[in-house]
Design a protein around this ligand. Structure first.
Ligand code: GLP
Length: 241
């Protein structure tokens, strides 16, 4: 129920209530939410307050608006644990989803000062630049650009990167992937990302930069990815020392 005497803002109470209904499955993916008027009547609150609550839920990716129709419950976000060093292919398979890739380009370019220092190679040395859209069950999740040294990763081809890169590195090149560092920051889509990820202008994305090393410490890849923030969230377990 909504408690009007509570110091907790009314829009927030309503937002939490709807969120709870979604999380507990009372409202399921694709269900239409009651209209603003219905909520306003039911809880005797203003439509402005209802709109504020729904807008927050839209921004957080719980629901989406369809022009002229109503507001619907969105698909659950994919929750990605940050503990293990996994590949996109593995992540999707663990969830019972089908991974696929759409190759945007595969080319060899001279290392810039950024890629050269990340990969510990000379500036101008040849690096693979691989750009792929990563899809789960046919839905675009991320736009990803990998840079790898050409001389350290022979036999890398367009065909190979249509499936798992890590699988190729480990099982065909027989290298051992050791560890990675990852930085995550928020942003909004660029024009290009907007088209390729099939989202609206101004949609939020999580920009991830990963540097991966082989177990002997050799840099393997530096990767920039833009993950759809409406479909993804990251989870980490923390222990207090
Ligand atoms: C994730 C990481 C990338 C890594 C990729 C490998 O998406 N963000 O840094 O290159 O996994 O995935 P796969 O082996 O499926 O090509």
């Amino acid at each position: 129920m909504i408690n009007k005497d509570s110091p907790i803002p009314i829009y927030y109470q309503l937002e939490e209530k709807i969120k709870g209904q979604i999380e507990q499955g009372e409202l399921k993916t694709g269900d239409m939410l009651p209209s603003e008027r219905e909520y306003a009547d039911r809880f005797e609150i203003s439509r402005m307050t209802v709109r504020q609550a729904i807008s927050k839920l839209v921004n957080d990716g719980y629901v989406y608006r369809k022009k002229g129709t109503g507001t619907f419950v969105a698909e659950k976000k994919i929750e990605q644990p940050l503990q293990g060093l996994t590949s996109f292919t593995e992540d999707m398979k663990t969830r019972g989803m089908k991974p696929s890739n759409r190759l945007i380009h595969f080319r060899v370019v001279p290392a810039t000062s950024y890629t050269a220092s990340a990969l510990n190679i000379d500036e101008g040395a040849p690096v693979y630049e691989i750009q792929r859209i990563r899809l789960a069950d046919g839905v675009p999740m991320a736009l990803e650009t990998n840079y790898l040294s050409e001389s350290l990763n022979p036999r890398l081809t367009e065909e190979v990167v249509q499936s798992s890169l890590y699988d190729f590195i480990e099982n065909k090149l027989n290298k051992k992937i050791g560890e990675a560092t990852q930085i995550i920051e928020s942003s909004i889509v660029t024009e290009k990302e907007m088209e390729l990820l099939e989202v609206k202008k101004g949609s939020p994305v999580l920009i991830i930069e990963r540097k991966t090393y082989l177990d002997d410490g050799t840099p393997l890849e530096v990767v920039k990815s833009a993950y759809r923030a409406d479909r993804y969230r990251f989870m980490i377990n923390m222990k207090r020392n």
